[in-house]
Design a binder for this molecule. Structure first.
Ligand SMILES: *Cc1c(COP(=O)(O)O)cnc(C)c1O
Length: 463
């Protein structure tokens, strides 16, 4: 029915899908009652992920002249799950990878070389050689890496190495920090890229491009959670200006432009305090157009590298409340979701607050008078708390909590404290008649898996 289709579209639709998914996860036994051994499950909203990918694609396509090459490379570190990469690839996206593992995942997901971009500040010679062999785009982080590439390209000339990998240089516009220091990539002393404002740095970079006609890209990633849009846009403006300068010099020298593509990174922030999806990709494109209108004149191809903004809103942890008690006058709910899934929240709660949505044992939203209570995880250290003095209906054993907005950098960045296993991840879809279908994306780790990972096969190695 058309009305049902509408009920599952937009922000309200996403909330409706979430409630249906929690209930269905209980009914279908993915997470369950105290007698069972399914205390925890992670869910991904497939329609939500598809709509995010479509919104990103649409926002840039609308702003650029038709035919401008654009690659939206998903930052794999945000959700390194092969079925997720395959889903995004099916939606037309690529992958940004920053380690041999992430590259392997992207290839396992079926991504072709021309849709993969390799960044990372510490690429080994072997990694660079593999990328050149495959024809994957590479962004060099520094002058030493460029010299390594010189050697590889010289050695490979005529020997089949190098299939025309587009190669760029990562620059740091040094525009300043956002609200979260650890995620601010464009401070004066950030470890990433070549700082543009350091004395002599710009001249040296212009020389590096003049000496290497195969350098055809500039890369920056100046944002992340906590960095405001206009600051990100300012970083992109600096990089665009540098590209114009390099191209003007190349035109004088050779009669041809040198840089054909700008990789503008990712970093669109996410609202962890509500179901709002603001700022949107359209907002981001608007901020870029205001700051650097020429970016959209079609003279450069674009690469983007969004991670968090594509996945965060579409992931959900559902965990059982195992016990409750009152300590020092404060109620505490002991749940199965803690530091293993929400590492940043536990160690830096002020920077990474999460919402806690209460459900009853059947998966129906809980109502009731809000009471300040702590929501704790299962790990054996006192700081393992997802929320402190949070006002919620008083939780009871067997209730469920859902932790929304956890599709990026939460359960996909597992922390193995206390040998807590990686939980199962399922994708879900909701049909127009409100049926929920789950597809296994990653099984839960078993004790046997944990033994193997923990040196079990080498039991006597130290005897
Ligand atoms: C982490 C990272 C991204 C993605 O950042 P988000 O904040 O998740 O969008 C993109 N590019 C590079 C180089 C990164 O390190």
């Amino acid at each position: 029915m058309a009305s049902d289709v509408d009920a599952y579209a937009g922000t309200e639709g996403a909330v409706a899908r979430r409630d249906l998914a929690v209930r269905a996860a209980v009914e279908q036994g993915l997470v369950g009652p105290a007698e069972g051994d399914r205390p925890l499950v992670c869910l991904l909203d497939v329609a939500g992920i598809r709509s995010a990918a479509a919104a990103l694609t649409e926002a840039f396509a609308t702003a650029l002249p038709p035919g401008t090459p654009v690659l939206h490379a998903f930052a794999v570190k945000a959700a390194p799950l092969v079925p997720v990469l395959a889903l995004l690839a099916d939606a037309g996206l690529g992958c940004e990878v920053a380690s041999p593992g992430e590259l392997a995942l992207a290839r396992a997901a079926g991504l072709p070389a021309e849709r993969i971009v390799l960044d990372s500040p510490a690429k080994t010679t072997a990694e660079l050689r593999e990328a050149l062999d495959l024809g994957i785009a590479v962004n060099a982080d520094n002058h030493q890496e460029l010299r390594r590439l010189d050697g590889l390209l010289a050695a490979g000339r005529g020997a089949g190495v190098g299939r025309g990998s587009p190669i760029g240089v990562r620059v740091n516009p040094q525009i300043g920090a956002g609200a979260i220091e650890a995620l601010s990539t464009a401070t004066a002393t950030s470890k990433f890229g070549i700082g543009l404002r350091d004395p002599g740095a710009r001249e040296r970079l212009l020389e590096a491009f003049a000496e290497r006609p195969w350098l055809t890209r500039l890369h920056t990633h100046s944002g992340s959670q906590g960095v405001p849009l206009d600051l990100i846009a300012q970083g992109v403006r600096e990089v665009h200006a540098l590209a114009e300068e390099i191209n003007a010099a190349a035109l004088r020298r050779t009669g041809r432009r040198q840089i054909d593509t700008l990789d503008i990174g990712g970093g669109l922030p996410v609202d962890f305090g509500s179901d709002s999806k603001v700022p949107t990709y359209t907002d981001y494109v608007g901020a870029l157009r205001d700051a650097v209108p020429a970016l959209f004149d079609g003279s450069y191809g674009l690469v983007t590298e969004f991670g968090r903004s594509l996945l965060a809103k579409h992931g959900l942890v559902v965990a059982r409340v195992e016990y409750t008690k009152t300590t020092g006058g404060r109620p505490v709910a002991l749940t199965h979701a803690g530091v293993q899934l929400a590492t940043r929240t536990v160690y830096a709660p002020a920077a990474w607050p999460v919402r806690i949505l209460p459900y009853d044992a059947k998966g129906a939203p809980r109502t009731g008078e809000p009471v300040a209570q702590d929501v704790a995880g299962p790990a054996c250290f006192a700081g393992d708390l997802l929320a402190t003095a949070r006002r919620l209906p008083l939780l009871e054993p067997g209730d469920l909590i859902a932790v929304p907005d956890t599709g990026a950098y939460f359960f996909t960045a597992h922390y193995g404290y206390n040998s807590l296993p990686r939980p199962a991840v399922y994708g879900f879809t909701v049909t127009t008649d409100s049926e929920v279908h789950f597809a296994l994306v990653r099984p839960a780790q078993t004790p046997t898996d944990l033994i193997t990972e923990s040196g079990g096969p080498f039991r006597d190695a130290l005897l």
